[in-house]
Design a protein around this ligand. Structure first.
Ligand SMILES: Cc1ncc(COP(=O)(O)O)c(C=O)c1O
Length: 366
């Protein structure tokens, strides 16, 4: 039983060990290690999977967010909407440009950005809105699209936790102007190291990101774009991701089955379980809520069950930036951050293990 942690990456990758070793060997023998044919092949396959015209492989998900923002025209001093409960990744990207994060509150039922709250905070300086499909839940895109259209701002999807989520056949990453993916090893589609991608239907945005990920080159050694960096995806990671991509939908179904089993099994009156029903949720993280979260966390730890908090500190309360956001208060975000607890949820988790975790939770008395 490996329920003492919230995921088990060795177990996850073991099932594909033969194919992963073969792919790694092919890259080692090829003599081509960054931005080559393996990256191009993966970009093409992932574009087809997402239903987007372009995928541009980059070094990680945070770079993907930053380059996506730059490519839609965000500059120093511009304001960018994000939520405060999604781990500071968007804030890092916004701040790297010298832009200003403006935090919108979340909807208590799904913990995602509240379009009405964002609408009240819009200003002349607002340039973009980042929607994070947090925990694997595809946001309701229609109100967000209406908001950005009404104000002429860009819509950026953070899909780091939502690979493959879809609604009416449309996948995460194909709704906004541009989207950012992370392939960190724990993600639903994870590399064996860092990796990321920018996904877009817009030719102009794709061309800009291709230049921004490699020094601002328009051709070799000619730098035409400022604000660029080195953020290339490795051939090795691309080859490994190509092995794993065909399995993504199966893994996502399995995650949903685990979520359904938890929802059935957890009957404790002081706990709320998340609503994970259709394919618009890929159960990246299974996050329950309780007003007495810390007691529940201790109970699970005492019984050898892995759990974690995603995320324990709201962005505007992080020590590095708290002084700059001293006036910010978001009631729903602040209530929820004290209630959330992440349980083990990964494709290889056995249903008997889920049952054991649920039974242990039901025995909790705070
Ligand atoms: C919601 C979200 N956005 C962005 C990122 C950043 O991705 P990376 O760690 O690859 O930089 C992550 C994951 O780490 C994430 O969970």
């Amino acid at each position: 039983m490996s329920i003492d942690r919230i995921n088990d990456l060795a177990l996850h990758n073991r099932a594909l060990a033969g194919a992963l070793h073969a792919a790694a060997g092919r890259v080692i023998d090829s003599g081509w290690y960054a931005l080559g044919p393996e990256v191009a092949a993966f970009e093409q396959a992932f574009a087809a999977y997402c239903g987007a015209a372009h995928v541009i492989g980059v070094a990680n998900g945070t770079d993907a967010l930053e380059l996506a923002l730059r490519a839609v025209g965000v500059q120093a001093g511009d304001e960018v909407f994000t939520v405060a409960n999604a781990g500071f990744y968007a804030s890092t990207a916004i701040r790297a440009i010298g832009a200003v994060p403006v935090y919108a509150d979340i909807q208590p039922h799904n913990l995602l950005l509240d379009p009405q709250d964002a609408a009240q905070r819009i200003s002349k300086k607002t340039r973009a809105l980042i929607v994070t499909h947090l925990f694997g839940q595809l946001a309701d895109m229609a109100p967000l699209q209406a908001l950005v259209n009404a104000h002429g701002i860009a819509l950026v999807e953070d899909c780091a936790q939502a690979h493959g989520a879809q609604r009416n056949g449309q996948r995460a990453g194909s709704f906004g102007d541009v989207a950012a993916f992370s392939f960190f090893p724990t993600k639903n589609l994870g590399a064996l190291g860092d990796g990321g991608a920018v996904v877009t239907r817009r030719d102009d945005v794709a061309a800009r990101v291709r230049s921004l990920r490699q020094y601002g080159w328009t051709s070799k050694y000619t730098v035409a774009d400022s604000g660029a960096r080195n953020s290339r995806l490795d051939e090795l990671q691309a080859a490994l991701l190509s092995v794993k991509l065909p399995h993504l939908d199966g893994w996502n179904s399995r995650r949903r089955a685990i979520a359904a089993r938890y929802a059935e099994g957890i009957t404790h009156p002081l706990i709320t379980v998340p609503a994970i029903a259709g394919e618009d949720h890929v159960a990246h993280l299974y996050v329950i809520r309780s007003a007495q979260r810390d007691s529940l966390k201790l109970h699970l730890q005492q019984h050898g069950i892995g759990c974690d908090i995603h995320y324990p500190v709201l962005d505007y309360r992080q020590p590095a930036v708290a002084a700059a956001h001293a006036g910010v208060t978001l009631p729903a975000s602040e209530r929820v951050v004290a209630e959330i607890l992440t349980l083990p949820c990964y494709p290889e988790l056995e249903l008997a293990e889920v049952d054991a975790i649920a039974a242990c939770i039901n025995r909790w008395s705070p």
